[in-house]
Design a protein around this ligand. Structure first.
Ligand SMILES: Cc1cc2nc3c(=O)[nH]c(=O)nc-3n(C[C@H](O)[C@H](O)[C@H](O)COP(=O)(O)O)c2cc1C
Length: 402
């Protein structure tokens, strides 16, 4: 349990400002407030005018045990309640974040108590969008979200599935417990607070010519799940992304397409990492002489491949004091002895063994099932979401070095 009572400001203001905007998912913000209060994290709720049409402020006042900030202030309230709340908040979480408010925050408007607070915020901003899938996928919303992300906001969700209006698609609010965990992570409360975690995700691509490449089927979902879990545990996370279909909720993000780019970025960022999670599927071979223009159609094209650098072994050889390194191995069978040999050969602390012969798990799937192999034991993680598998991997890591 966190000790957020210790971080409550002297003037009684809360470290978390939870802004509720106008959407069907507003009722789920109640669960987020409850989750924070249960974890002893004081929370100040603010609501837009539209949000008050969905859930009454009395509910939020009761759950948070504080007056709710609205555009109809109580005459007995301080003169600048939004500025006071924004100054004290170490995290402002917009849950749910409507398309309208996402646009207002991206443009820096200050036309209500939520937008004013976001402009005056001294702490971190977390956005949990929820809306119809067409609203979410509209280029305007995507550009606005990217603007907020570029400014350092953490974006949680939205998830895909059934939407309230009876359609299906991406737009559901992320799970309230995941939002609570992410807020606590930003407060620096989690079990990895103060730790620097480096994650690689995705699959590298080696150019054959100016348009073609040699690649693999890794989507990056496992690496991104690891990054999100580490963020939620309060770590400072750097993720190196190789051609992923997803991106982490926050932290420093670096794009590296080829093995050489990945090696360069990983070597640089490994210098300051406490924990390294090498989940990316890195090419073992690359074309020896890639062509610089597009090769025209011919009868045949024989390729000569040369080995790429062994990044994992390189990092292990230059390991920083107390640094913990985890490698990932995708194999066609669950061969634990082989994984342990790899662990010893590369000089890493754990190997996460992924049996890719089952198509429902592993590459590009949403689920995974792994065996976490150490020099002396192995931990089986049965089929579960990649986020749950990421949690099991980090539990094992923390078991070695809390
Ligand atoms: C029944 C109903 C449900 C709505 N649900 C959403 C929603 O889930 N997400 C969203 O972005 N807007 C939704 N809207 C539209 C917003 O309420 C509207 O854009 C409003 O201006 C948002 O204001 P705010 O961002 O200041 O809260 C909904 C509107 C109605 C009438």
């Amino acid at each position: 349990m966190g000790d957020s009572r210790g971080v409550i400001a002297e003037d009684g203001l809360a470290p978390v400002l939870l802004a509720v905007t106008g959407g069907i998912a507003a009722y789920r913000a109640c669960e987020v407030v409850r989750g924070l209060i249960k974890a002893d994290v004081p929370v100040q709720v603010a609501m837009t005018r539209a949000a008050r049409r969905f859930v009454g402020e009395t509910t939020f006042a009761g759950l948070s045990r504080r007056h709710v900030l609205t555009d109809d202030p109580d005459p007995n309230d301080p003169i600048y309640p939004h500025l006071d709340a924004a100054r004290a908040a170490r995290v402002m979480a917009v849950v749910p974040a409507s398309a309208n408010t996402i646009a207002r925050l991206a443009y820096g408007l200050s036309d209500d108590v939520v937008a004013e607070s976001a402009l005056a915020l001294a702490g971190r901003l977390l956005i949990a969008p929820a809306m119809n899938h067409r609203m979410w996928l509209h280029p305007a919303t995507q550009e606005n979200i990217q603007t907020l992300r570029d400014r350092g906001a953490t974006i949680i969700g939205p998830d895909a599935g059934d939407l309230a209006e009876g359609e299906q698609g991406i737009g559901r609010l992320a799970q309230p417990d995941e939002i609570v965990q992410a807020i606590r992570g930003l407060l620096g409360e989690g079990s990895l607070a103060g730790k620097r975690v480096l994650v690689t995700a995705g699959g590298t691509r080696e150019p054959l010519d100016s348009v073609r490449f040699l690649g693999n089927r890794s989507s990056g979902k496992m690496g991104v799940a690891l990054a999100n879990e580490a963020l939620a545990r309060g770590a400072e996370v750097t993720t190196i992304l190789s051609n992923t279909v997803v991106r982490p909720n926050g932290g420093l993000q670096i794009d590296a397409s080829t093995t050489a780019e990945l090696e360069h970025a990983a070597t640089e960022h490994a210098k300051t990492a406490d924990i390294i999670l090498m989940a990316a599927a890195v090419a073992d071979f690359r074309p020896a002489t890639p062509e610089t223009t597009k090769r025209a159609r011919t009868d045949a094209w024989s390729l000569e491949l040369e080995p790429t650098a062994d990044i994992l072994a390189g990092l292990a050889a230059n390991r920083q004091p107390n640094q913990l390194i985890v490698g990932f191995a995708a194999e066609d069978s669950e061969d634990i002895a082989r994984a342990r040999q790899k662990l010893e050969r590369k000089g890493v602390d754990l190997i996460v063994l992924n049996d890719i012969s089952d198509a429902t798990i592993g590459f590009d799937a949403d689920d995974n099932a792994v065996v976490i192999v150490s020099a002396t034991d192995e931990t089986r993680v049965a089929q579960a979401s990649k986020r749950a598998v990421a949690a099991a991997v980090l539990d094992r890591v923390e078991g070695i070095r809390p």
